[in-house]
Design a protein around this ligand. Structure first.
Ligand code: CTP
Length: 441
């Protein structure tokens, strides 16, 4: 029996895929189809895939050409598969011409002519893209814009800003820049808000009331009342309102949460997170605009693992803070949480430097994520016996920004909230902001 193997993503299965599968099958007696796992696609930069692995497998199965379907999970797996399944012929479309010649050592390699005029990418791009307008003045917007170009479903076209001195890199790329927020809203269907946190609530509210979807840097509001109001407006109007904490959308961080839930370190008794910088991403123009406090700049990122791992039902909270030399903002803040079963502490600095690590302690072991943990691509689970330690590596591209944007577009399409950050966490972050800044100011 002559065995043939072929691989692909098979997103939004189309005529070109079916033709390829038919011709692959005709090369032998038995066809194995390898469908790429979501993570594997992510690591090779294919982030725009619309369907889940299950949906893509179901579609390949439904056309009834493959005799066997397997999942491709890691780089180099093709060699393993060819040996494991005793494959005689490896085939893919001619867009891969030459790339898999190294497999000739193991079996015959055939590149089949690709069907012209159709691809998953074309189908995805023919769908409407979301036109996004940005607000803010931070140089971070340059990075955000660049990352958005990797995401098919969105088009960042405009900027509302009162100070563009740090945004020279994107000035020519955008269709328009305005200092009138109404003008921005008139020309887009979604906004990304990265202004000073004190403006988030009013900018979010106005955008939502004008029927725009909102992706807002955290904190989305400076009190739980304001936050609840925004969530309600979004819900009542069927709009997507998503909190942007990019760490939440990285593969390593979301896998870490799952491993903790499965009891890898036993019962979690402590979460300690630190994020500091000597110049905040937010201080576009110090003379004219407010400087970001340490908690405004870093609080949401550090609070994320605390609330996602231990929940928001803590018994008590205590704050320690230092003010900047001119007394304008908090330059260093430490918050301690007491839960009935655990404790947590966060340290944030804007103008104070410390080791930016995340440590999660449990009854069987602990998790160590080295600095900068918020751009996590690696973590380690450590035990009493070091030979039991395990290291986990995951690809991260663009600090999580592009994954966040993909999820934003997906959430708008689904018409349901994103499922990375629970509403309760969003509300609690806003609540902490209020409690803290009513003490500081
Ligand atoms: N294929 C083909 N003809 C097309 C599209 C794809 O023969 N018009 C083949 C590819 O060469 C590959 C297989 O189908 O062997 C699976 O390809 P995949 O990457 O899943 O499909 P694309 O449509 O190329 O996806 P994308 O646009 O996301 O790259």
């Amino acid at each position: 029996m002559k065995k043939v193997i072929t691989y692909g993503t098979y997103d939004l299965l189309h005529y070109g895929h079916i033709k390829l599968l038919e011709r692959a099958k005709a090369l032998g007696d038995y066809l194995i189809v390898g469908v790429t796992a979501d993570d594997f696609d992510k690591t090779r930069g294919k982030i725009n895939v619309r369907q889940t692995l299950e949906e893509r497998i179901a579609a390949v199965r439904a056309v009834n050409i493959a005799d066997q379907i397997i999942v491709e999970q890691y780089e180099g797996q093709k060699i393993d598969d060819i040996k494991r399944y005793d494959v005689d012929v490896f085939t893919v479309g001619s867009d891969w011409e030459g790339v898999f010649d190294y497999l000739r050592e193991y079996c015959e390699v055939i590149y089949l002519p690709r069907t012209q005029g159709i691809s998953s990418t074309d189908i995805r791009s023919s769908e409407a893209t979301f036109k996004i307008g940005m607000t803010g003045y931070s140089s971070f917007l340059n990075k955000f814009y660049k990352e958005s170009t990797f995401v098919n479903a969105v088009d960042v076209i405009g900027l509302y800003s009162k100070d563009t001195t740090k945004l020279s890199k994107i000035k020519d790329e955008l269709e328009f820049i305005t200092n009138d927020y109404d003008e921005l809203l008139e020309n887009v269907d979604s906004v990304y808000i990265h202004s000073h946190p004190s403006s988030h609530y009013s900018e979010c509210k106005k955008a939502l009331l004008n029927g725009k979807n909102v992706l807002c840097e955290s904190p989305v509001a400076m009190s739980s009342e304001e936050c609840n109001e925004l969530l309600k407006i979004a819900k009542d109007n069927g709009l997507t309102f998503m909190e942007a904490i990019r760490t939440a959308y990285t593969t390593a961080y979301s896998r870490l949460l799952l491993l903790l839930k499965s009891g890898k370190i036993g019962k979690v008794v402590s979460v300690d997170a630190t994020c500091t910088s000597l110049s905040s991403g937010g201080d576009g123009s110090r003379e004219k605009l407010n400087r970001w406090g340490s908690l405004e700049a870093w609080g949401p990122t550090t609070l994320l693992p605390v609330f996602q791992i231990l929940g928001t039902d803590y018994e008590s909270i205590s704050f320690f803070f230092l003010k900047s030399s001119n007394g304008d903002y908090d330059s260093f803040t430490k918050i301690d949480f007491k839960y009935s079963f655990a404790t947590a502490s966060i340290k944030v600095g804007n103008g104070v430097k410390s080791e930016g690590e995340l440590i999660i302690s449990g009854t069987k072991g602990y998790v160590y994520v080295p600095a900068p943990w918020w751009k996590m691509d690696y973590f380690e689970i450590r035990y009493e016996n070091p030979t039991d330690n395990k290291r986990y590596f995951y690809q991260i591209n663009g600090e999580g920004i592009r994954y966040e944007l993909v999820e934003f577009a997906n959430a708008i399409r689904r018409g349901k909230p994103d499922f990375y950050i629970d509403r309760q966490v969003t509300i609690e972050i806003s609540k902490i902001m209020h409690e803290f800044y009513s003490k500081v100011k």
